[in-house]
Design a protein around this ligand. Structure first.
Ligand code: FAD
Ligand code: SF4
Ligand code: SF4
Length: 446
């Protein structure tokens, strides 16, 4: 077992302002000059939505940001978000030839620079879209639903998004903390899709308030389900139901949607001194960094494997350490202790083959951040949409067409893949929109 103490000695002033700063104009130009405009564009093949990367970078060098933005938004409707939260190092930048002998071009940061420095609207194919006179419903307003809606509008459909919560954006809004994705940026991106003409209805749970069949009966010709994977996983150990234990989604929602971090809001949040976050992924890092900002408490991440096994991005772990967060590695939780409320968590040392010796981490608040599963609420109202054993909707992946087992019902994003990434969810929304167009208009079999 390895313990790492965060940088507690420094008096760090933590708040919810964005941590990663963007490029200045000069920095963006210098970085763009590093792009070799490779003929075979390996970087493009690493991007799930296939942005013409060298072309948009060339326009930065020409100081033509509107043109650069138009190139990007032909492929990606949410560039200010992707430039910030995409796992670029495993995608476009991983394929960049510059990376073979040094540092790859900072493609994500350049995309963010363009998105943050333009005044363009998203193009509706030169503003000349002919209405197809057909309505399509989208369930869920996360990145997959938003992009599917935007692409359908660009193709000429009338689109309504049905969202269960009172605010749109899915995990972008209720999950990802503001110090990684500022509210102003997120709202600006969503507003651009809204201005394409999408109708948005909030506080409607499809599967409860309305069924999928209700949607067809009210005139929709197709439905795209993008309701994500928002059902938290728990560990199944004694004490998990004690007051003072909550899941990552609940904790983040209280901050992002209910402003528990701002004085004057009456959102309940325990006044905890010692907080333990269980998990080792990106969500656990987001939770720990929010917890540290909330009360300036002692925050410890308890992870069951070694540091090198952590699924979290390295830079997020480094941020967490520099912000004063402690880590306990190879610690497998066995029991949450306490009488009427949490008093600590027991764990065994996973690095010792047979370890029956319990260790105790004293704490008064525990946040479980070990992953999410799909919510089965839609499946519970219809047998026609087939799901796998874990609740993910099964789509016709062999043809990559996003069709479910029910005719004219399509699905994509986390509800199909399980918890994944923003750009994969967006890519699914984009491809599904094209498939809906092919099925309803090109084949004309509706
Ligand atoms: P979601 O974003 O989950 O949106 C689904 C929407 O559907 C929600 O608004 C929900 O309220 C609504 N909904 C659900 N059921 C219904 C219903 N029955 N009726 C109507 N509406 C419904 N990915 C990255 O690429 N980079 C990151 O940095 C990153 N950080 C993350 C941090 C956190 C804390 C979390 C939880 C995830 C993170 N992810 C990240 C993953 C990423 O956010 C998801 O993969 C992505 O949001 C999935 O998009 P989606 O549209 O499929 O679903
Ligand atoms: Fe890279 Fe993501 Fe932008 Fe594609 S969308 S170019 S993967 S940062
Ligand atoms: Fe530019 Fe790298 Fe893409 Fe080549 S691989 S075009 S250097 S971003």
């Amino acid at each position: 077992m390895r313990k790492i103490l965060g940088n507690n000695s420094k008096n760090i002033d933590l708040n919810f302002d964005e941590v990663e700063k963007g490029f200045t104009k000069q920095e963006a130009i210098n970085e763009s000059k590093r792009c070799l405009s490779c003929k075979h564009k390996p970087c493009v093949s690493g991007c799930p939505v296939k942005i013409e990367i060298p072309e948009f970078i060339k326009e930065i060098l020409n100081d033509d940001i509107p043109s650069s933005y138009r190139i990007i938004t032909k492929y990606n409707l949410l560039p200010a978000i992707c430039g910030r939260v995409c796992p670029q190092k495993k995608q476009c930048q991983m394929r960049c030839v510059r990376g073979k002998k040094g540092r790859p071009v900072s493609i994500g940061k350049l995309e963010r620079y363009v998105a943050d420095n333009h005044n363009e609207e998203i193009c509706k194919e030169n503003g000349k879209v002919k209405s197809l006179g057909m309505k399509v419903a989208v369930v869920g307003s996360g990145p997959s639903g938003l992009v599917c809606a935007g692409e359908l509008l660009k193709l000429g459909f009338e689109v309504t998004i049905y969202e269960a919560l009172h605010k749109i954006g899915g995990v972008l809004t209720y999950g990802i903390p503001k110090f990684r994705l500022p509210q102003k940026i997120l709202e600006g991106e969503i507003e651009k899709i809204r201005r394409l003409g999408v109708n948005i209805v909030t506080n409607i749970v499809i599967g409860k308030t309305l069924s999928i069949d209700d949607l067809f009966e009210s005139g929709y010709r197709a439905v795209y389900i993008a309701c994500g994977a928002g059902l938290p996983k728990f560990m199944g150990i004694p004490g998990e139901k004690l007051p003072g234990v909550c899941c990552a989604n609940e904790f983040l929602t209280r901050i992002n949607l209910m402003y528990a971090n701002i004085d004057g809001y009456d959102t309940p949040m325990p006044k905890a001194k010692d907080i333990v976050v269980i998990g080792g992924g990106n969500v656990a890092m987001d939770v720990a960094r929010c917890a540290k900002r909330l009360k300036n408490s002692n925050v410890t991440v308890l992870y069951r494997r070694k540091e090198e096994d952590m699924p979290a991005r390295k830079e997020e772990v480094l941020h967490a350490k520099s912000e004063g967060i402690n880590f306990v590695f190879s610690g497998k939780p066995t029991k949450i202790v306490g009488d009427k409320k949490v008093e600590g968590i027991e764990y065994v040392d996973n690095s010792i083959p047979i370890s029956n010796l319990g260790n105790l981490l004293k704490c008064d608040f525990i946040i479980v951040a070990i992953g999410n599963m799909p919510n089965t609420i839609i499946k519970s109202t219809t047998d026609e949409i087939k799901c796998d054993f874990s609740g993910r909707i099964i789509v016709n992946n062999s043809e990559n067409d996003f069709r479910t087992s029910k005719k004219y019902v399509y699905a994509g994003g986390d509800i199909v893949t399980g918890a994944a990434t923003v750009i994969l969810a967006m890519s699914a929304g984009k491809k599904a929109a094209q498939q809906i167009y092919n099925d309803l208009i090109v084949c004309g079999d509706a």
